[in-house]
Design a protein around this ligand. Structure first.
Ligand code: ATP
Ligand code: MG
Length: 174
């Protein structure tokens, strides 16, 4: 059993540049290397990509998606219901005492689409146990949540090669 984190903090990875989810995955790998327990929970996303295949082969930790399927084709009511369920699940896991590191990937996208509220997320942060490090990712982190966090990194988009010809690349973007 790994030692507990004496003082877990709140981290944010936001901004328009590439690297938010992959930074959170890198952190999860580092923590898992110290036998820390990781909960990696994804909002919005319902499709499998490289990291899901990796964790199902190697089992360093689980990546949980409450949503299933393509988020672009779902009605807003369904997206809202799934985001609310994901938030409730995240709270349960954060409070369970089972995890040292809890990552809520794309939670800011759920806020910016109006699926969950800033207040709900602030309430969640107020309940964070001291022993849990909590990481929130996604574009458009609201200032109220940025203010509440201990560590905030903004990925600045200087260049991104995504175009009609190049598209999203397997193993790199997904
Ligand atoms: P990654 O998952 O590669 O770390 P991210 O989490 O920072 O990226 P998101 O905002 O979650 O990026 O975007 C989802 C997808 O869009 C990812 O496949 C990502 O690589 C890609 N992407 C990131 N930034 C840009 C950008 N500026 N323009 C186009 N696509 C982008
Ligand atoms: Mg992301």
């Amino acid at each position: 059993m790994a030692e507990k984190i004496p003082q877990g903090l709140i981290q944010i990875y936001t901004g328009d540049g590439k690297g938010k989810t992959t930074a959170a995955l890198g952190l999860a790998m580092r923590a898992a290397g110290h036998r820390m327990k990781v909960a990696f929970i994804q909002f919005i996303k319902g499709e499998q990509c490289g990291e899901h295949f990796f964790v199902s082969q190697q089992h360093p930790f689980d990546i949980v998606q409450i949503s299933a399927g393509d988020s672009f084709t779902k009605p807003k009511e369904q997206l809202s219901r799934e985001a609310q369920q994901t938030l409730a699940y995240a709270e349960e896991e954060m409070l369970s005492g089972k995890y040292d590191l809890v990552i809520l990937d794309e939670i800011f996208v759920a806020i910016s689409h109006g699926l969950i509220t800033i207040k709900q997320v602030l309430d969640l942060l107020n309940k964070k146990p001291d022993s849990v490090e909590l990481v929130l990712t996604g574009r458009k982190a609201p200032p109220e949540i940025v203010q509440r966090a201990d560590l905030v990194t903004e990925m600045l988009m200087i260049k991104h090669p995504f175009t009609e010809e190049i598209g999203a690349r397997r193993g790199i973007e997904y």
